[in-house]
Structure formats: structure tokens, C-alpha cells
Design a binder for this molecule. Structure first.
Ligand code: F6R
Length: 610
């Protein structure tokens, strides 16, 4: 949520163009409002308004702003409505101080009041403004910008990062206090940002930061300090091998479609990681643990549900899937020394997951194994060990390829554990792992190819539908939830994902003539799913089926296009492939409804708030 970018250049005057170019790459973090503070000859020009970066740039000429340094911010509204006054960056009491934040300041109400009572002119209802005032306040006391920034963090409670500058200083500062922050050193500029994509247009020379660290940017260098005592840390830049063009659409209309189409390669890449030498450590960590929790949110949680079925089926090993925010009230006190929390997060920054990571660290009870996509994220650095999803950048707000990668990771680990503990026959395990490595990429491509046109025309028949269900059974439980989440998220339809045998325990009453219910199945469970389909058909509902082609299933759809078939495959690959038609259906429905699936309203890709 929210993206900040700060840049200091050497002998350049095009700071507006640089900030717009780099910040555009953070659009997935927030698109409620945008602002740029540009400093030229010691004077700060601050322009901001409601809208996307392209809209506000057009309106206010952000990319034409002159200066050699500045800060930009893209906002996802939490504290204060998405209005011009709440847009960031903000000034302090005077235009001498300018800055912007991402994250949340939890003591917002009390601190805002305290600042007002001590004479600060607070103009907005946005918590980011308080960061600038906190620096302003400590500058009054110390007359030293470095100290003011460092001490300001004592007043501010929450998980956040901010970047701040003073008009008369040719430096920019930034702090990392629980939200992501990375820096970079280019030939003629330095940069600090909420995330790597906005650094890469300038440089691949990256400085990764840890929590409770701050940076000082001059045109030549990035210096890193510990916030606690101001001690300088020895942190050299590292070369990032992330492809700077990964965050481009590459000929597709939307990132979402591009990312769906990248899934065959993701299957290949993640299997490469899993077949590497580090797997032994991950497997051992799982084997040596007692109770195992799988903690995740949204799509990552849905993938975790699929994983839970694989772990049971292939390894006889129970995983307890828990929604991130529920973990502490539900299981926090149940952690034991040998517990394992498998923390699954694409961004590696989701606050609900960070809370669990911090709990395990603080109590010392158990270990954490991260499953994470963003390299350099807080989860990657904080977990005892981490498995990379190997997806490259996922730019579109709806998760697709990262969900896919997560399910492959769980399937693979379960097969390896089962092979080792004897739950499955070693030859069965080997064959499944072979099919993951060799067949899955090809079958994924085939599924994309065969369902493209089908889902496009199916979407047209659903254009007026506002309410539907997506049901799964056994292995496809998590898949159906994921399909429903995609439809909700990017089509703004109410679509509930649930277990198909539960449907008769209440929700079935919603079915009337032509009410649509999507059933997702594997070959193994279709006999049971047919029972549930019949319950809907008997009430004249419309059934749409996703799964391998089976004659018996084909009788339960009214039109051929209502059966989205995946290619014939190993039964254990069915749950992995079944999600693809659902991703594509939601994509085409979203586009038909005139929605931009990459940037659904009210959402942000990285949720660093509680
Ligand atoms: C849905 C989606 C979200 C995320 C959720 C968790 O398409 O993208 O539901 O899955 O916000 O995010 P991470 O995996 O970054 O923790």
C-alpha cells in the first residue's frame, strides 16, 4: 500500500521526469492520488491531486517539474479520504520540510492532537503528514536534519517507511520501520523507494535495508545507519539480476494476461529452484517440527488450502491453514518450541503475516519458513529460511502466477516428504515430481491455449450476472475459493467460493432459474461433485464445470461452452491446472465489464496495514 520514491541527482534538472518514470512502476501499490515535491535552488514545488499518475501528470505537469532532487508518492487511502489535501507528499509547518510515507501511524489521533496543541499547522487527515511534522519538531530541538529524522521515529508508532527532505539541504533521508524500503546508486543519481521496480529504471545497483534502519542520500552515495543509536552500517550495494523489463506489458493489453501467460515458465523456474540443493534444508525444517501452521492471506491462503490437501494426501502430514490476521487470536498462545509457521506471502510485506513473524521471533517459540516472491522483502530477511516463488515481478494487483507457483511448491514438498516418510511409494513420488517438472509446463500452456477463446465467450454470457458461487471439493477446495476471489476482485461481482458439500447446508436456497454455480473438480472427485451439481440443477440453476473432460460431467451443462476442460493429466496435476480457466474467465469478464483488471478499485498489491 502506497509507494514512495525519493531521488537526489548530480547536476540534473529533470527531477519531475525521473520521479514520474520511476514512480509509475509502483502503481500497483496505490492509485488513489499522486504527488511530487521537486526542489530547485532551495525552493520546494509541491504538486498533488486525486487520480492515477498519468491523470495527475497530465493535469499538473508533474514530469515537467524542474529540480535536482525530490520525493513522489502514490497513495492507497487508509487515514483520510482520497482527496487533494490528503494526497502526499506533505509540507511540515513551513515549506522547508517535505516528505511522504507508506504504512500506518497507529498513534495518529493522539499524536496529531499533540502536534496541534504545540503549535504545528496540520492541514490534512492523513497520517503521512505527521511524519513530516515529527521531523520538523525534532529539527526545532536539534537543528540537525539527520538527528531530527532519527529521533522522529520515537514519536511515531506503527509499521511504516517515510522519506523526507529539507529545502536547503542537498540530501534526502528515509527510514524503514516495518514497511518495505530499498535504495539504489546510479551513475548520476541515488534513489530510495518502497520497492525495487521503481529503482530498476535508474540502476541495478541496489542497497537492501532492514527494519529500524535509515538512509541518507546524496547525489553520490547512499549511507545506511541504525536508527537506535545512529551508528553507520557497512552496507555495500549489490547487483540485482531482476530483469528491469519484467515490469512492462510486453505486448499484452494487461499485466494480468501477461502474468497468466507466464505460468508455463513459472512452473519450469520454480521446479528448478525446488530441485536445487536448498530443498534438503526446507524438508528437514518441516520434518523436525511439531505442529505446522500455514499462515497466509487472500490468494496465498487459497494456495495454502490446496497445499494442505497435498500434505495430507502425499505425506500424511497435517498442516493447519490459518488466515494471517486470525493467527494470533486463534493460535498465538498455542505455539510451542517445535512449532513451524510456514508464512506464505507474494510481497513478503503483508502486515498480517509480519505480525506472526514478529510473534514467533519475540516469543522464541518455533521457527518460520517463508514462501516469498519479492527478493529483499521483510519476510525474506526475517524468516529462519525462505523458499523463493521464482515468478519475477507480479505487477497486476490480482495474484495469478504467484498463486500458481505456491501450489507447485506445496505439491512438490508434500511429494518429497511422503517419499521420505513412506506415505507414498517412492516410485509414485518420483513419477509425480517428474510430471511436475516435465509435463506441467506443457500442460499449463495447453490449458491457456484451449481455454482462451472458451472463457472469452463464456464471460459474455455472464456480463449481467451480479451474484454467483464457485464450488470445489477435496483438492479443488482452494481452487474454487481462488476462482471466486478473482471474480470478486476484478469484476466487482459477489462470488462466493466454498466447499461444494456445504452448499446444501444453507446457500442452496439462493438458487432459482438460471442462477450460475461454477463447479471445479478433479477426475477423482467428479462422482461426488455430480451429486452436488444435481442439487443445483434440480432447482433449475445453471451449472458451469471446470475440470478434465468426462462424458458423465458433460451431461450437466446446458451448452458446450459451460464446460471448461483442462487437458488430460496425472490426477495430482488437476488441482494445479484447474485454476487457469478461472483466472482467464475473471480476466475476460473484467475487461468486458470495462474494468482495468490490473488496478481494481479500492485495492493495493502490498498491504502493509493491519
Ligand atoms: C488477490 C490478491 C490478494 C493477496 C493478499 C496477500 O488476487 O492478490 O488477496 O493474495 O493480499 O498478499 P501477499 O501474498 O503479498 O501476502
Amino acid at each position: 500500500m502506497c509507494g514512495i520514491t525519493g531521488i537526489v541527482t548530480k547536476n540534473r534538472d529533470d527531477i519531475g521526469a525521473l520521479l514520474v518514470m520511476c514512480s509509475r512502476k509502483l502503481t500497483y501499490r496505490g492509485y488513489d492520488s499522486v504527488g511530487v515535491a521537486a526542489v530547485k535552488d532551495g525552493v520546494v514545488d509541491l504538486r498533488k491531486d486525486v487520480g492515477t499518475i498519468d491523470e495527475v501528470d497530465k493535469m499538473l505537469g508533474l514530469s515537467k517539474m524542474r529540480g535536482d532532487r525530490g520525493i513522489a508518492q502514490l497513495r492507497w487511502a487508509t487515514y483520510g479520504a482520497p482527496t487533494k489535501v490528503n494526497a502526499q507528499p506533505h509540507f511540515g509547518c513551513t515549506p522547508d520540510f517535505y516528505g511522504a510515507h507508506n504504512g500506518n501511524i497507529h498513534n495518529y489521533a493522539e499524536y496529531r492532537q499533540e502536534l496541534i496543541e504545540t503549535g504545528h499547522i496540520v492541514r490534512s487527515e492523513n497520517d503521512g503528514e505527521l511524519c513530516v511534522h515529527a521531523v520538523d519538531k525534532y529539527y526545532e530541538e536539534t537543528g540537525d536534519m539527520f538527528e531530527a529524522v532519527r529521533l522522529s521515529t520515537r514519536d511515531l508508532k506503527g509499521a511504516f517507511a517515510f522519506s523526507v527532505g529539507r529545502a536547503d539541504e542537498e540530501k534526502i533521508y528515509a527510514v524503514k520501520m516495518g514497511s518495505s524500503l530499498v535504495a539504489g546508486v546510479a551513475k548520476d543519481a541515488t534513489i530510495v523507494s518502497s520497492d525495487l521496480p521503481s529503482i530498476l529504471p535508474l540502476t541495478n545497483n541496489v542497497v537492501y535495508l532492514r527494519d529500524r534502519e535509515m538512509v541518507e542520500l546524496t547525489a553520490e552515495r547512499v549511507r545506511v545507519f541504525r536508527i537506535e543509536d545512529g551508528k553507520e552500517l557497512d552496507r555495500e550495494p549489490e547487483i540485482s539480476n531482476v530483469d528491469p523489463h519484467a515490469a512492462e506489458k510486453g505486448g499484452y493489453h494487461h499485466f494480468m494476461l501477461k502474468e497468466i501467460n507466464e505460468q508455463p515458465k513459472v512452473a519450469q523456474d520454480v521446479m528448478g529452484v525446488l530441485e536445487g540443493s536448498r530443498s534438503e534444508d526446507w524438508l528437514k525444517m518441516i520434518e523436525d517440527s511439531g505442529r505446522k501452521f500455514l499462515v497466509a492471506c487472500g490468494s496465498s491462503y487459497n494456495a495454502g488450502i490446496v497445499g494442505t490437501y497435498y500434505f495430507n494426501r502425499l505425506a500424511g502430514t497435517p498442516l493447519v491453514p490459518v488466515i494471517g490476521g486470525q493467527f494470533i487470536p486463534m493460535y498465538g498462545k498455542s505455539l510451542a518450541d517445535d512449532s513451524l509457521c510456514i508464512l506464505v506471502s507474494q510481497s513478503g510485506e503483508t502486515k498480517d503475516i509480519m505480525n506472526v513473524l514478529n510473534l514467533v521471533k519475540e516469543t522464541g517459540k518455533g521457527k518460520t519458513l517463508g514462501v516469498v516472491n519479492v527478493i529483499g522483502s521483510t519476510l525474506m530477511f526475517g524468516a529462519d529460511a525462505y523458499i523463493p516463488m521464482a515468478c519475477g515481478y507480479e505487477v497486476s494487483v490480482p495474484a495469478t502466477k504467484t498463486y500458481f507457483s505456491q501450489t507447485i511448491i506445496f505439491a512438490y514438498l508434500a511429494a518429497r516428504l511422503g517419499e521420505r516418510n513412506g506415505t507414498i511409494d517412492p516410485s509414485e513420488a518420483k513419477e509425480f515430481i517428474r510430471s511436475l517438472a516435465e509435463d506441467l509446463p506443457r500442460l499449463t500452456q495447453q490449458t491457456i491455449d484451449r481455454t482462451g477463446i472458451l472463457t472469452k465467450s463464456l464471460a459474455q454470457t455472464l456480463i449481467d450476472v451480479k451474484d454467483l458461487y464457485c464450488l470445489g471439493y477435496g483438492f479443488t477446495d482452494g481452487v474454487a475459493r481462488e476462482g471466486a476471489l478473482k471474480i470478486k476482485e476484478i469484476c466487482y461481482n459477489h462470488c462466493e467460493g466454498m466447499y461444494s458439500s456445504e452448499f446444501k447446508h444453507g446457500p442452496l436456497s439462493i438458487v432459482t432459474d438460471n442462477y450460475p454455480v461454477i463447479f471445479v473438480t478433479t477426475r477423482e472427485d467428479s462422482w461426488m461433485v455430480i451429486n452436488h451439481i444435481n442439487e443445483v440443477r434440480a432447482r433449475h440453476g445453471r451449472t458451469i464445470v471446470v475440470g478434465e473432460y468426462e462424458e458423465s460431467l458433460s451431461h450437466y451443462v446446458d451448452r458446450e461452452g459451460d464446460f471448461l476442460t483442462i487437458p488430460e493429466s496425472d490426477i495430482l496435476l488437476n488441482p494445479l491446472l484447474d485454476v487457469i480457466p478461472l483466472q482467464m474467465l475473471s480476466y475476460y469478464l473484467s475487461v468486458d465489464l470495462g474494468i482495468n483488471p490490473d488496478l481494481p478499485r479500492n485495492l493495493s498489491k502490498t498491504l502493509t496495514v493491519d
